[in-house]
Design a protein around this ligand. Structure first.
Ligand SMILES: [Zn+2]
Length: 437
């Protein structure tokens, strides 16, 4: 009998690997933070430190949120239902200008991480300011993050100039480059807030340090018009002309690419973070996701910040995504349940270039595992688990969350953050923001 750290038994395992291998009654052995074996009757073979009986539960890889601004949980619901410019100019930017600090980002990220764990998210991509605060939240809780500070051409809470932003990013990358929970990257905000020169400098850093280049692209029609006005072309082609369109790019939104640009994205192996609920709430439009997937583009799913979503529920996100693409095309066979769930797991990992570490339940990958309670009434009868999770499920059905072999939530109780403290922090910031001059 080999000693191991954790054994999950009797689970209905959806590995989400390329063949969608399933174990209707399977076990998962975890040792040294990684998956050692998946199979049947593993209790005969291993002596675990800890055992989880997952009878009546579905085991899935931890969900991946490919685009968010975690600290913006403090602005959830603030100034909703206004035109975009009013929302930004009268609500979001004044609060950010006054309050964004280490404390704001730390508290906002703690709240976001609580919510993400509760909803089965084990890895998230974050672009904001004071990413050192986000890194601290991650190290305290044990989730995984791909983190970058937003770089802009004008002064912002992260830096006074784009060069300062890039320099600070280099230091951040050096600090965390060998960490298994924090994957630093570089985050030029968008083609309309970063000059070609800033974009090129940022890409040079991405190449030098072998990290992702995370950017918002083709989010709104306004952006498409603005890029046309300034550079005489469309956003994706503009990035290509500047020389920064390649396999390191993780482009958030991609609501308005042309057909030709979709081909270009596939050719250059650009990854896309699809944020359907944010695109709906801000009235940006509906991204051509089925067309991008058809063309061979890797598409993951993201929530964007909660100020424009307004939650961090990835199961909710793939539910919305599946429905809007069917409805928009009047075609019920686009974005099926398996494809949608893959977007939240395996494809999300590929979008982050972390597919050798996370995204599926397979031997030697990090033990990032979630268990979904299959005995909830709204999931009955269980004809097909993929269908039931995507169309009937909710993030709150997640019962247990394991990251790198460590249990972060069990029986729907988050064990690494104190709910009472989280609620106090939310209340404290609501009062500050509501009473600001
Ligand atoms: Zn965003």
């Amino acid at each position: 009998m080999e000693n191991i750290d954790l054994l999950i038994i009797n689970a209905h395992i959806l590995t989400m690997d390329d063949n969608l291998t399933e174990y209707p009654n399977g076990d998962i052995a975890v040792k040294d933070r990684k998956i050692l074996e998946i199979g049947e009757n593993l209790s005969n073979k291993y002596k675990p430190e800890e055992t989880i009986d997952a009878s009546n539960k579905i085991a899935l890889p931890g969900l991946i949120n490919t685009h968010t601004h975690a600290a913006m949980t403090l602005l959830r619901g603030y100034g909703s239902d206004n035109p975009l410019n009013v929302w930004l100019e009268q609500y979001i930017w004044p609060v950010e200008g006054k309050f964004v600090s280490y404390e704001f980002v730390k508290d906002g990220t703690d709240i976001a991480i609580y919510e993400m764990i509760r909803n089965g998210v084990t890895t998230f991509v974050d672009m904001y300011f004071y990413e050192n605060a986000v890194a601290d939240s991650i190290l305290e809780t044990g989730v995984r993050g791909v983190l970058c500070t937003g770089i802009l051409d004008f002064p912002n809470p992260g830096a006074k100039t784009p060069d300062e932003g890039i320099e600070k990013t280099k230091q951040f990358i050096q600090q965390y480059k060998d960490n298994e929970f924090i994957f630093p990257c570089i985050g030029p905000h968008a083609p309309y807030t970063c000059s070609p020169e800033t974009l090129r400098k940022a890409m040079a850093v991405a190449q030098d340090y072998d990290v992702l280049f995370h950017i918002h692209v083709a989010e709104t029609e306004w952006e498409v018009g603005e890029i046309q006005k300034r550079y005489g072309t469309t956003p994706v082609k503009h990035l290509n002309n500047v020389g920064v369109l390649n396999e390191r790019v993780l482009a958030a939104h991609m609501v308005h690419p042309t057909e030709e640009e979709i081909e270009l994205l596939a050719q250059k192996n650009v990854k896309v973070a699809h944020c359907p609920e944010s695109n709906l709430k801000l009235a940006s439009g509906i991204a051509p996701v089925p067309e991008m997937i058809e063309a061979g583009v890797t598409v993951g799913v993201g929530t964007d910040g909660t100020a424009s979503n307004d939650d961090l529920d990835i199961i909710g996100e793939i539910h919305t995504s599946a429905l809007i693409h069917k409805g928009y095309r009047k075609n019920p066979v686009v974005m099926n349940a398996r494809q949608s769930l893959a977007m939240a797991t395996r494809e999300g990992a590929k979008a982050l270039r972390l597919e050798d570490k996370i995204g599926t339940l397979e031997k030697n990958k990090f033990a990032d595992i979630i268990l979904i309670n299959k005995s909830e009434v709204h999931l009955q009868p269980m004809f097909d688990p993929y269908t039931q999770i995507v169309y009937s499920g909710k993030g709150l059905d997640v019962d247990t969350v394991v990251v790198q072999g460590k249990i972060l939530m069990e029986n729907q109780e988050v064990t690494v953050l104190d709910k009472k403290e989280i609620l106090e922090k939310a209340k404290m910031w609501r009062n500050k923001i509501q009473n600001m001059e």
